[in-house]
Design a binder for this molecule. Structure first.
Ligand SMILES: Cc1cc2nc3c(=O)[nH]c(=O)nc-3n(C[C@H](O)[C@H](O)[C@H](O)COP(=O)(O)O)c2cc1C
Length: 164
């Protein structure tokens, strides 16, 4: 049985790469980890703990991540759950408040509010008119802080070891 699920919701792959880095860190602490697109997760029943992250668009989570939370709320309430979102662009990383619905669901399942990680907008990866325009603007760049992501994942791995 796979022990830990790391699920992500993304449009331009930036959040997927964060999820993969988190999974790698948790895996190196000798946990079995599966990484899946949130849209592919039917149930979290097989997993003993869940990490879920979404890209932020116009202050919202991607619908597939919200759906996962909503559909699995009862199962998630009985498991350790960590949430994150990725979005802010610019050198200064301001933690983003989760959308109301996500905060409500997080409270219901007993998870902390999501950690915020910087996002990425680059001409090579931009998808859609707005993103392509932003990718040539002053906020363009890759603001994902891999050290902060590693540290966050490391803390999760430690908590999972302690809970064994
Ligand atoms: C149209 C559009 C709207 C966005 N809205 C937000 C936002 O509300 N908050 C935020 O922090 N980032 C916002 N971003 C930045 C994205 O969240 C960032 O580029 C992120 O890395 C995208 O993740 P993905 O590559 O996983 O899709 C927006 C980007 C675009 C293109």
């Amino acid at each position: 049985m796979t022990e830990i699920l790391v699920a992500y919701a993304t449009k331009m792959s930036g959040t997927k790469e964060i999820a993969e880095a988190i999974a790698e860190r948790i895996r190196s602490a000798a946990h079995e980890v599966t990484v899946l697109d949130a849209a592919e997760v039917r149930t979290v029943a097989p997993y003993k703990a869940v990490v879920l992250g979404s890209a932020l668009y116009a202050g919202r989570w991607r619908p597939e991540a919200v759906k996962l939370l909503k559909r699995n709320a009862d199962l998630l309430a009985r498991r350790p759950v960590w949430l994150f979102h990725s979005g802010p662009l610019g050198a200064e990383q301001v933690p983003q408040r989760a959308p109301h619905k996500v905060r409500e669901l997080a409270a219901r399942i007993g998870a902390e509010e999501p950690a915020t990680f910087g996002g990425r907008i680059t001409p090579e990866t931009a998808v859609g008119f707005l993103a392509k325009r932003m990718a040539t603007g002053p906020m363009a760049g890759d603001y994902r802080d891999w050290e902060a992501i590693e540290l966050w994942a490391y803390r999760i791995a430690q908590q999972l070891v302690a809970a064994r």
